[in-house]
Each structure stands twice: as C-alpha cells, then as structure tokens.
Write a protein that binds this ligand. Structure first.
Ligand SMILES: NC(=O)c1ccc[n+]([C@@H]2O[C@H](COP(=O)([O-])OP(=O)(O)OC[C@H]3O[C@@H](n4cnc5c(N)ncnc54)[C@H](O)[C@@H]3O)[C@@H](O)[C@H]2O)c1
Length: 421
C-alpha cells in the first residue's frame, strides 16, 4: 500500500515551528546529550518507530533525537486538540518526518492518522494513551510479528496496557515510561500543575487569587495542580476516592470533601483522575453561576459532557476554548477545551524542562529494548532503574546542582545490620 507522506494543516507554518522547536531545545539538555550520542553511535539504525504523541515542540525534539539515532519515525497525534500545526509543518519540511496530525481533527481523521502512521509498518511503538497499541491489537494484527517492543507515556495508557496484559491479549513487551521517577514526579506533578493553570488563565483570563479551585484526584497530577493553584492564592478543595491520598491532601493543608459538597462551593473545577464521570449531572445541578469546569486527565470522559448537554437550555461559545452552557435557574457553566486535556488544548502542554526527562526516558527505553530485542517476554516493564538514575544525574548536572556522595564508611553503615544504639 502506498503510504501518504504526511497530512498536516499547512506547510507554510514550518518556519515558525522551527523557531519554537529550537527554543524548546534550549530547555532540554538531557535529551540533547542523548541526541548527540545517538548521532555518533546510531543505536536505532534501521528501526521503524510509530509514535502517537502530542505533537508539540518537545515531541519534535524527541523525534529529532530518534532520527539522529538512525530510526525512521512516523508521527501522529495522541489527542485531536493537542497538535501544534507549525511544529507538524516543521517536522515535515525540515526534518523529513512523516506527520499525520491537524489541530482540531475530528475523530474519524484522528483514527485515519493513526492508521497512516501504522502504514509505515513499525518495529516499535511509542504511545501516549495506548491508542496505537489498541489499534494494532484490534485491527492491524498483521503487524505484530514485526514489532519487538513499545513504550507508553502516560498513567492512563499504562492502566490500559496492564489490563491487556492481565487479559493475556498484549502481544509484545512495553516499557511504562510514565512509571519512571524522572517522569511522573516531575512531568505529571510540575508539568501538569503549571500548564493546567496556564491553560485556564489563557482561556479565561480570570484571577485565581481568592477563588475556590476544586481539584478532583490527588495523584501525581492532582498534587501539582493543587499546589500551583494554592501558590496563585486560590482556596483549594480536593476530592478523592482513595483514603490514603485523601489523608495526604488533608495533611498537606487542603479541604477534602465529596464532590457533591465541593460542587456547591467551587468556582473552578479541574479533573485529573483518569476516571469517568467525575463531574456529573448531580454536580452540574448545584454548581454556582459562572462555574468553570475543565479536565487535565487523559481522556475527555472525566466530565460527563452528554449530561451537561442534556441539562443545558442553551450553549454558546464565550471565547476560544470556552463553551458556556446555560442550565436550570439561568446559571452558566463554562466548559473549557471540550473537556479534553486543557493544558494541551488551550496552552502548550508541559514546559520543555520537564518533557526533557520524560522524553529522555522514551529515547533510552527504546534503545534498551532494541538491545534486548527478543529477550524480553511479553509484559509491561518499568524503566530500568539505571536509566532513571542516569537521567536524574544528567538533569542535575545540566541545572548546575551538585550533591554529596556516600563515603565508604556510610556505604558500609547502610549495608550493615549490626550497628544500633
Ligand atoms: N494533562 C497532562 O498533560 C497529563 C500528564 C500526565 C498524566 N495525565 C493524565 O492525568 C490522569 C491522572 O494521572 P496521575 O498520574 O495523577 O494518576 P494517579 O493515579 O497518580 O492519580 C489519580 C488519582 O485520582 C483518584 N481518583 C480516581 N477516581 C476518582 C474520583 N472519582 N474522584 C476523585 N478522585 C479519583 C485516584 O484515587 C488517584 O489518587 C491520567 O489520566 C493521566 O494519564 C495528564
């Protein structure tokens, strides 16, 4: 089958994209070092990689690094709203990478783009949300014999992969990049924390100080969002279903309560649970006039949008990325970015400095899997500890932060059990 070279919005945007990709590169010193080594050693020579990632400036730097390592890459978006069209154009025009992604593409086009990426017959998949892996297992099983491994970027994708492994349907080994410490402790927490608020501010231009922000889910992302909202002067309420996380949120100084209570007091609601219908009809029914609701979890199911549509008498676009629903009592509820990942739809996703580590994990995990091709059984694997530690070391070095080393005496002490009081 002839493979279409690319499908993007407009090649003329390429120059702007290149400038922004280069700008992001300055904040990605770890990935840059890996790319430089890849260019010398060509560890990925001849490997065809299909990547389904948010098409951002940071992803572009990962694509360049993989290509420098000798890989042939094809890229599609992992979310219909997260593509930066200028970045897609630059990757095609300047780096010769086939990209299939257009910001705002409909669901049909989104899947057509996944299929076009798979038409390159990959040996390796790089997913963010497990859509490529699912499609391969459902519709392109013919590709399975040629695929030796894959990586997964996000919490939701890892959950889906583990479910596939438990059902014994997963057909090749995948490394859960999300589970690396140098990924979720920084990307999910500081990246989602900052970029989610950035998106809310860009979309609405509201003042956060003095507002009540309700954060649903106190996982890695939720912790980041809550702490950054507090830093901007908001009163933060956390909702949880896990007693440990709820306890942690309480002791971190947040108000914790069920969503039905929070729904009455919140001005801004942010879901980051990875779960479904966390904001639902009963919550819309009691929200204040002017409430703002948005989601930073992976899929657009955390807010029950069909229920909001049903409850609404009227709907209009307030300003870009804001849909104003008028519900019972003439109250307005403002949905941002169609309930999709708000930080990627209404802002630019994570700052480059955190994606530096996430994507260093992606690049080194791909190299690791190629080195161990045929030796890893089917399953979901953690990023090897040595890779995680090395990325932390390189990041600290790049930031100019030095740390102590264990003395031989301290090493002996930590390894012994005889010494006590
Ligand atoms: N916006 C982004 O750029 C970005 C970045 C990383 C991860 N993600 C996505 O964000 C989501 C959360 O990721 P995470 O790493 O924080 O996961 P996590 O597992 O660390 O945290 C999720 C939390 O939500 C809680 N939760 C589940 N159902 C709930 C409910 N009904 N009400 C309240 N709390 C509930 C869980 O108990 C858990 O504490 C995932 O979908 C992930 O893929 C988004």
């Amino acid at each position: 089958m002839a493979v279409k070279d690319y499908d993007i919005r407009d090649l003329d945007l390429a120059e702007m994209g290149r400038g922004r990709i280069d700008w992001a590169a300055q904040e990605m010193p770890v990935l840059r070092q890996i790319a430089e080594r890849f260019a010398r050693e060509k560890p990925l020579e001849g490997v065809r990689i299909a990547a389904c990632l948010h098409v951002t400036t940071e992803t572009a730097n990962l694509m360049r690094a993989l290509k420098a390592g000798g890989a042939e890459v094809a890229l599609c978006a992992s979310n219909p709203l997260s593509t930066q069209d200028d970045v897609a154009a630059s990757l095609v025009a300047h780096d010769g990478i086939p990209v299939y992604a257009i910001k705002g593409e409909d669901t049909k086009t989104y899947y057509a783009h996944l299929e076009a990426t798979l038409a390159h017959e990959p040996h390796f998949t790089m997913d963010d949300g497990c859509d490529l892996v699912s499609l391969i297992h459902k519709e392109r099983r013919d590709l399975l014999p040629g695929i030796f491994g894959g990586t997964e970027e996000t919490t939701t994708g890892v959950i889906r992969l583990r479910a596939m492994a438990a059902d014994k349907v997963l057909a090749y080994p995948v490394i859960a990049v999300n589970d690396a410490h140098t990924k979720h402790m920084f990307d999910n927490r500081y990246g989602t924390g900052q970029s989610t608020l950035d998106a809310i501010i860009r979309a609405t231009n509201i003042l956060l100080a003095g507002k009540t922000v309700v954060v649903a889910g106190y996982g890695w992302c939720g912790r980041g969002v809550a702490s950054r909202a507090r830093g901007m002067g908001a009163h933060v309420v956390v909702t949880e279903v896990n007693p440990l996380k709820a306890l942690e949120a309480t002791m971190d100084g947040y108000m914790v309560m069920p969503m039905l209570e929070a729904a009455r007091v919140g001005d801004i609601f942010i879901t980051v649970t990875g779960n479904i219908n966390v904001l639902d009809a009963q919550h819309f029914a009691v929200m204040k006039d002017g409430a703002i609701i948005c989601n930073s979890g992976h899929f657009n199911v955390e807010i029950n949008i069909p229920a909001l549509e049903t409850a609404a008498r009227e709907k209009r676009v307030g300003r870009p990325f804001i849909e104003q629903y008028t519900v019972e009592g003439g109250r307005s509820i403002n949905l941002l970015a169609e309930g999709r990942l708000v930080n990627l739809a209404a802002a630019e996703g994570h700052p480059s400095a955190v994606m530096d580590m996430s994507f260093a994990n992606q690049a080194l995990s791909a190299e690791h899997m190629l080195k161990h091709k045929g030796q890893m059984e089917v399953g979901v694997y953690p990023v090897p500890e040595a890779i995680d530690q090395e990325i932390a070391r390189l990041k600290l070095e790049a930031m100019g932060v030095r740390i102590d080393k264990l003395t031989p005496e301290q090493e002996r002490y930590l390894a012994s059990w005889q010494e006590g009081t």
